[in-house]
Design a protein around this ligand. Structure first.
Ligand code: GDP
Length: 471
């Protein structure tokens, strides 16, 4: 209203002008309040003591770049059921783990470490991409390298594709192990062809950049080469850690032991974890009473990439939470108090929904890709849908099918959606009850269709911000 008008000092306002200014001032106040409220909502992550610890570590990394040193790679083996994950893990453990306790039956603690040519490699021995993706969804990248195992007598199967997509979305380097080459019906060439056709992975010896090692997990053939390749990839990746001070680790297994109480296995990522240290993890805390290494031995200290089972938790920590060493009992207790208070008013994380994809993207400003997980009844319809989606052009949002699969929507799909902030679209498929439950819990949108036109139409509308919400 006063555009263009300059008030000189000493000039008196008319009543009207004064009123207008007062109104503007009030409106401004209201806006400020709104912004404040929004900030508090968004800032709740900052009240999370876990976020503060995470920030602290980010800072340590930034400020000590020259002090970061190489650590052993942590490897997860993934692949279709029966393609040989367990056999490979067993073979490596049985033949390479140097120290075995005399006469001791060593129970698995969820991970083990081998020494190959003077270098360590840690294997997580709970195979399965669900665990892998769940860790990532919680912000814990436990794995540095994925070995994707494909049986040469069976080729690329649905879970191979699924595992591959999980690893790819986590940005973890993949080594392909073509297994069961001892079998008379093994066909390594055909398997490689399928790698190219179905995974878009081109083996190195075919001019691509995917390291591919033929092995027989059962006969122990090719295992040396595989371990060498793991070390090579690790070297190229420059897997680093900050080796000093309090520890940070990822919990890969946790349970209530009948005799020992709450126990959990952590793979230390940074620093040193010592007996007597206080720590926090998830929403609990503890003091290291005892640490057991994969060979069943008690150890006093664990460093980067070492897996250890820890005794001394107050409660069983969430699987896949991050463990942080803290200085004092006071600090640990304070953390848990804050964490518990926060849990009482859990704000569910907002995940993307088709109806407000456009708006959410504009708000966030950064995310310009709408991630889609697509499940269909047949390979043909999956391909047709993918092609149709690829043709939907939009200057503001890019549609990306981060995983396409055949069959029902499973919990694993929802986990991937959680980790990648995606919507799940099903075409002529159902969703498992566990998937539905998990999706509700995680606030993930699942939409099912029986007609291609409707699916594509919904996506078109979503891109224009014109899709009506459900219900
Ligand atoms: P997982 O489901 O991926 O853990 O697969 P397993 O390790 O349990 O293996 C499934 C079956 O394939 C078992 O009967 C294994 O003995 C067999 N198997 C695994 N690796 C090989 C191999 O290299 N050669 C042959 N001939 N059989 C294998």
């Amino acid at each position: 209203f006063m555009k263009g008008k300059v008030l000189r000092p000493g000039q008196t306002l008319t009543e009207e002008q004064a009123e207008e200014i007062a109104m503007m001032f009030n409106a401004l106040l209201e806006i400020t309040e709104e912004v404040k409220e929004e900030k508090i909502e968004k800032g709740s992550e900052k009240n999370d003591p876990e976020e503060i610890l995470k920030e602290r570590w980010n800072k340590i990394y930034k400020e000590n770049e020259d002090k970061l040193i190489e650590r052993a790679p942590v490897v997860t083996i993934m692949g279709h059921v029966d393609h040989g994950k367990t056999t490979l893990l067993d073979n490596i453990r049985n033949t390479r783990v140097a120290e075995k306790e005399a006469g001791g039956i060593t129970q698995s603690i969820g991970a083990y470490q081998v020494n190959y040519e003077g270098k360590k490699i840690t294997f997580i021995d709970t195979p399965g991409h669900e665990a892998f993706t769940e860790m990532r969804a919680r912000g814990a990248q436990a794995t540095d390298i994925v070995v994707l195992i494909i049986a040469a007598d069976d080729g690329v199967m649905p879970q191979t594709i699924e595992a591959y997509n999980h690893a790819k979305n986590a940005n973890v380097p993949i080594i392909v192990a073509i297994n069961k080459i001892d079998k008379p019906n093994a066909n390594v060439d055909l398997t490689k062809q399928q790698m190219v056709a179905k995974l878009n992975l081109i083996p190195e010896d075919w001019g691509g950049d995917t390291i591919t090692v033929p092995i027989s997990a059962k006969a122990g053939q090719g295992i040396d080469e595989l371990l060498e390749m793991i070390l090579l990839v690790a070297e190229m990746q420059e897997i680093k850690c900050y080796p000093e001070g309090l520890a940070r680790g990822v919990i890969i297994e946790s349970k209530l032991d009948k005799f020992l109480g709450p126990v959990a296995t952590t793979i230390v990522k940074d620093g040193k974890l010592k007996v007597g240290d206080y720590f926090v993890a998830g929403s609990t805390f503890g003091k290291v009473r005892r640490m057991i290494d994969p060979s069943g031995k008690n150890v006093k200290m664990a460093g980067p990439s070492d897996p250890v089972q820890i005794l001394g938790f107050e409660e069983v920590p969430d699987m896949h939470s991050i463990l942080y060493g803290v200085k004092t009992l006071h600090e640990a207790k304070e953390y848990v108090e804050k964490k518990k208070a926060l849990e009482e008013k859990v704000v569910q994380k907002r995940h993307i929904r088709l109806e407000d994809a456009l708006r959410m993207m504009k708000e966030d400003g950064e995310q310009k890709t709408l991630n889609i997980i697509l499940k269909a009844d047949t390979f043909g319809s999956l391909e047709a849908l993918k092609n149709a989606i690829a043709k939907l052009e939009n200057p503001e949002i890019e549609l990306q099918v981060i995983h396409g699969g055949i069959g029902a929507i499973t919990k694993s799909d929802v986990m991937l959606a959680t980790a990648s902030d995606a919507v799940i679209l099903g075409f002529r498929v159902k969703a498992d009850s566990s998937a539905v439950k998990y999706a509700e819990h995680e606030n993930i949108q699942i939409k099912r269709y029986d007609i291609i036109f409707n699916l594509i139409d919904d996506l078109k509308k979503a891109l224009q911000g014109m899709l009506e919400p459900e219900e």
